[in-house]
Design a protein around this ligand. Structure first.
Ligand SMILES: [Zn+2]
Length: 374
């Protein structure tokens, strides 16, 4: 953990240098244009007109940088699919999180929330509160023991200051994303060398940031292993990856099939796990093989499954064996809620509304692009 301050230095240095760099990219062409106006009488007229037009073209970056600044200052701080429930609804979950924190000397969360889609994560809000978010999929399908392992992993991120780093970099990451989107959408920027210079800087920043985030994951996994052991930690990782590979257990597919037959499904996450329980050992192992065959891409924020398991001492052959014995038994994490069915019904309606919105957008695109209903 002591080396963490060293590993985050490159990304912090790139962030510190970014704003002076951005200012230079915006201001220098304007200064060049001003200088040309002042020197117009001393240089050939044709050359000064061409140079002036070029300087104005390059100054276009400044306009979009200023527009992006205005937009990102109004950024929402919370994921729209993340919900805070009254603490009285999940006292046992709060107690579990604090037990895990005490056991491993980790920082406890200030707030616990649930998410419609994501498995689990932590972040720090604008008021500095440490927020632990557990996905409905995780709560509905995993045992309390497995959730304790996931909580240990997430609290390790809090303790190491990973969420503070993300909070520090959040505005910069968003600003870079906005500018990249503008540069990619405007054909004029294809001919603008300053836009390419900025995009190159953004790419370098993204590569360094992603590499640092992967190191954070390896460190956090060590705490999950301390909480539940290497095999249980590996099983959680395999199950989460396999659920996304097996087509009939993907959350969106469950919701799609429910929408297709127009049947209300109040407990979509339970339905997902019911499908998973009907999955054969061969299918689990096949999904695990596919997950193990994936490699880490340069911009991935998480290492691939194979590297992640190797770091906790689980070789691929052992992972395939574990995939054949995925144990979904044990006291379920949903019992940590006073009335989980009510929470699950609320979250199920949210995921169905996400899928319905996706379908509506796809239908509109099909109607516009192909001139026919989807
Ligand atoms: Zn993590």
């Amino acid at each position: 953990m002591a080396s963490r301050a060293t590993t985050r230095q490159p990304v912090l240095a790139l962030r510190a240098a970014y704003y002076p760099f951005l200012a230079a990219v915006c201001v220098l062409p304007l200064l060049a244009a001003l200088a040309l106006v002042l020197l117009a009488a001393h240089v050939p007229r044709a050359a000064s007109v061409i140079a002036f037009c070029l300087a104005i073209l390059l100054s276009a970056c400044a306009i979009h940088v200023l527009a992006a600044f205005r937009f990102y200052r109004r950024r929402p701080s919370q994921d729209a699919w993340e919900f805070e429930l009254p603490p009285a609804w999940h006292p046992a979950l709060t107690a579990l999180a604090h037990d895990v924190a005490n056991r491993h000397k980790l920082t406890p969360p200030d707030v616990i929330r649930v998410h419609v889609e994501d498995a689990a994560y932590v972040w720090q809000d604008d008021r500095g509160r440490r927020v632990l978010v557990l996905g409905a999929l995780t709560i509905a399908n995993f045992s309390q023991s497995a959730v304790a392992g996931i909580v240990a992993h997430e609290l390790a991120h809090l303790t190491a200051g990973d969420t503070e780093l993300t909070q520090t970099l959040r505005g910069t990451v968003l600003l870079m994303g906005l500018l990249d989107a503008v540069f990619a959408a405007e054909p004029l920027y294809m001919a603008n060398p300053l836009a390419w210079l900025l995009r190159g800087y953004h790419r370098l920043f993204a590569l360094v940031f992603a590499a640092n985030r992967r190191l954070q994951e390896f460190d956090a996994d060590r705490f999950e292993v301390q909480q539940v052991g290497a095999d249980a930690c590996a099983k959680t990782s395999i199950l989460l990856e396999a659920l996304e590979i097996l087509p009939w257990s993907r959350l969106h597919n469950v919701a799609e099939s429910c929408l297709a037959v127009n049947v209300p499904l109040p407990q979509i996450f339970s339905e997902q796990m019911a499908r998973a329980r009907r999955t054969t050992t061969w299918d689990w192992q096949d999904a695990c093989r596919k997950a193990l065959a994936r490699n880490t891409a340069a911009l991935d924020s998480h290492p691939c499954l194979r590297e992640r398991l190797a770091a906790i001492g689980v070789p691929p052959r052992r992972a395939i064996d574990l995939a054949g014995e995925l144990d979904l038994a044990g006291p379920p994490a949903r019992d940590l809620f006073v009335n989980w069915p009510v929470v699950e019904k609320f979250l199920s309606e949210k995921i169905v509304s996400i899928v319905r919105e996706d379908r509506r957008i796809r239908q509109e695109i099909a109607q516009i692009g192909l001139g026919r209903p989807w």
